[in-house]
Design a binder for this molecule. Structure first.
Ligand SMILES: [Ca+2]
Ligand SMILES: [Ca+2]
Ligand SMILES: [Ca+2]
Length: 192
């Protein structure tokens, strides 16, 4: 049931989050989840009532602008077709971002990633720092046909299969849970 997912996620964000984190409540180990950090204006690690209001406001605006975007015929209702179109649009955007990401990391522009190019990706370097040896194993996993290179297709295929939520892995793609791609990974196992 993909159709309800988008709206459901928006509703959850709009309603549940601010309520849960209002009143100066501290999250988990005391650090705020990323989505809330940007609202922790004074940086004390706690969402004050005032900051919680700002969150609610931002969520409302976001939700409104999404609805405006989806309701292409302007009747104030998101029809099934409009919902599908919105999801399709998001899917395309995600794929475009992934394509761009590949182009960025394929530094010699030959259309495939060498191991060196792969290891030069900042996110991969971070992975390697935390789990030494992991990056190379990952590269081999992505290299489906085992020719020692990760082609554009192999790269995209891998992202599609492993990271359905979106290109938060991209250097410029902080995958804010508020990103419209968040609740709408192109892959929804229930539907396939
Ligand atoms: Ca409509
Ligand atoms: Ca290359
Ligand atoms: Ca390959």
């Amino acid at each position: 049931m993909r159709t309800g997912t988008l709206m459901a996620a928006v509703m959850v964000l709009a309603l549940a989050l601010p309520a849960a984190y209002a009143n100066g409540r501290v999250f988990g180990d005391g650090s705020l989840p990323m989505i809330l950090q940007e609202f922790d204006v004074n940086g004390d690690g706690v969402i004050s009532e005032e900051e919680a209001q700002a969150i609610r406001e931002a969520m409302r605006n976001r939700r409104r602008s999404w609805i405006e975007q989806w309701d292409t015929n302007g009747d104030g209702v998101i029809s099934e077709d409009e919902r599908q179109a919105a999801i399709e649009g998001l899917r395309q955007r995600i794929e475009e971002r992934r394509e761009e990401h590949f182009t960025e990391v394929d530094t010699d522009g030959d259309g495939s990633l060498s191991l060196e190019e792969f290891l030069a990706i900042p996110a991969v370097q971070r992975l390697e720092e935390v789990y030494p040896g992991r990056a190379e194993a990952l590269f081999e996993m992505m290299d489906e046909n085992g020719d020692g290179l990760v082609s554009r297709e192999e790269f995209l295929l891998y992202l599609k299969a492993r990271i359905p939520m979106g290109p938060g892995d991209g250097p410029n793609g902080p995958n804010g849970p508020n990103g419209p791609n968040g609740p709408n990974g192109p892959e929804d196992p229930e539907e396939e």
